[in-house]
Design a protein around this ligand. Sequence first.
Ligand SMILES: NC(=O)c1ccc[n+]([C@@H]2O[C@H](COP(=O)([O-])OP(=O)(O)OC[C@H]3O[C@@H](n4cnc5c(N)ncnc54)[C@H](O)[C@@H]3O)[C@@H](O)[C@H]2O)c1
Length: 311
Amino acid sequence: MARHKIGLIGAGQIGGNLALLIAQKQLGDVVLYDIPAFEDAAKGKALDLSQLTAVDGTPSRITGTSNFAELAGADVLIITAGLPRKPGMSREDLLAKNLEIITNVAQNVKQHCPNAFCIVVSNPLDAMVYALYKIAGLKKQQVVGMAGVLDSARFRMFVAEALDVSIEDVHALVLGGHGDDMVPLTRQCSVGGVPLTSLIPGDQLDAIVNRTRKGGGEIVALLKTGSAFYAPAASAVSMAESYLLDQKRVVPCAALLEGEYGLNNIFMGVPARIGAGGVEKVYELELTPPEQAMWAKSVDSVRKTVEATKL
Ligand SMILES: NC(=O)c1ccc[n+]([C@@H]2O[C@H](COP(=O)([O-])OP(=O)(O)OC[C@H]3O[C@@H](n4cnc5c(N)ncnc54)[C@H](O)[C@@H]3O)[C@@H](O)[C@H]2O)c1
């Protein structure tokens, strides 16, 4: 079987780390794409990473380009093209500029890679994944947004720290849009099978939920020059891996809803199975009235941002 080809659209902070992780996990060859003004940066990162493969002993070929045609035949595209937040900005503040960028990306995807499985990372996530789906004319199974894996990872980290337990044994689920009103489902969380609600008092759990909701902003405020990139890259790679290796992992991600949760024509963070068929199945959860209220607020925010795209 030929090696997989993975196209990374955007060779910035997340793009570079995606390439590194893909090479180290030996998932396939990587093409790092950026606009002509950043072609040298894409080529420079590709060269640096190619030299790392000698030390790591991984077979991936890594190249940089500003010619989208070189992405033709890609099995997976991970899209990070777009501006990141600066301190004080909300993800929604990025909408106008990043919509322009995603429109350009989507037209290129339609022309050169109409069959690739597309994982969108650019913010505001839920609107950008919708824009790519609409403009590129993709099938719903073929396009997904990365947010829930990262938001759940943040929640797991805060819980592991609070309880002094291995992060591996903390199971968490964060649903909804990738905004400050995302929906961490504390009722579904457990530590080695023990319900989290029996381990952490309510006010401490509320503080963890709050910190998770603002987890991206906390890092933006510390970095000052952009947003998080290591954990976002690892989260997107885990989704690409599940597709390429048909792992059928069930992870929270932004999937197109067609009737599930009583919604239509909207990407929302829900548990979904990712395998060789792309987004193979969306799982529905029964929500309690307070969870339903949080979910409705999140849906409302996502709808407003998507409406602003006028797509
Ligand atoms: N979904 C999430 O959970 C999550 C988490 C962190 C960051 N993000 C988002 O991911 C995006 C990328 O973040 P980053 O830190 O890598 O930013 P970055 O600025 O380091 O990289 C973005 C790259 O996109 C490139 N770009 C611009 N227009 C392009 C186009 N038309 N085609 C291809 N590339 C283009 C830029 O030249 C730049 O190199 C941001 O929008 C950020 O908000 C999302």
